[in-house]
Design a protein around this ligand. Structure first.
Ligand code: FE
Length: 221
């Protein structure tokens, strides 16, 4: 389960491709209408669930995990050994986050996450997936040309950097731990978390550089 897709077997652990979201949307809506009409569900309860995913659950959760891993070596080790437990300890748990694996970027290796068959994604730490994550071009190109995907997102890594692509499945969801940017030694955990973008945790980006401090000073004549 912790083998990159390059050397993985074909069994994706999904069953049939369920990427036809258009049909799915229609069916979900019809089902919701029926359940509400029959009095089985309260529309306000559904609204609360949607609102939760829009406001409380999102990439800021994953960013908190990354920032803690940057400042706390014990937590980092725990995250490497048992990401599900380490992440749960911060209160981030729930559907589509039951079996988490953290993959750590290094100067030599960049990690990227894709779901080749549909849109498996770690909801408790990243919220709902962006539209491009579910697109066929991303799903195909991430496997064949991860360096090119990163370039599409405006990031060029040194030629010697290796890439590992991880296929999220119904069983395992991956979280990329980006490298900590330089000149962030004095920053607090919340300040560090603000540098961690959603794309950095999918592997289609890097953590942001701090906008103030030594970086800016270096730019002065
Ligand atoms: Fe999937």
């Amino acid at each position: 389960m912790t083998t990159p897709i390059h050397s993985d077997q074909n069994d994706h652990g999904h069953g049939p491709d369920h990427s036809h979201l258009g049909d799915m949307d229609v069916r979900v809506r019809a089902l919701e209408t029926l359940l509400v009409q029959k009095g089985y569900v309260d529309p306000a309860a559904i609204d609360r669930i949607v609102e939760t995913y829009e406001t409380k659950i999102g990439p800021h959760n994953g960013a908190a995990v990354v920032a803690k891993a940057w400042v706390d070596p014990t937590f980092r080790d725990w995250l490497a050994k048992d990401a599900t437990a380490a992440i749960t300890s911060l209160g981030f748990t729930g559907r589509q986050g039951e079996h988490m694996v953290a993959v750590f970027n290094t100067p030599d290796t960049h990690n990227m996450v894709v779901c080749t068959l549909c849109s498996c994604y770690p909801w408790p730490v990243l919220g709902l997936p962006p539209v491009w994550y579910k697109s066929a071009p991303y799903r195909a190109k991430a496997v064949m040309d991860p360096r090119g995907v990163l370039r599409d997102f405006g990031v060029e890594l040194p030629a010697g950097t290796g890439f590992r692509v991880w296929d999220s499945t119904a069983e395992v969801r991956y979280l990329v731990i980006p490298m900590r940017p330089e000149h962030t030694e004095a920053m607090s955990e919340p300040e560090l978390a603000a540098l961690v973008t959603r794309n950095a945790m999918i592997g289609t980006g890097l953590a942001s550089s701090p906008v103030s401090g030594p970086v800016q000073e270096q730019a002065q004549p």
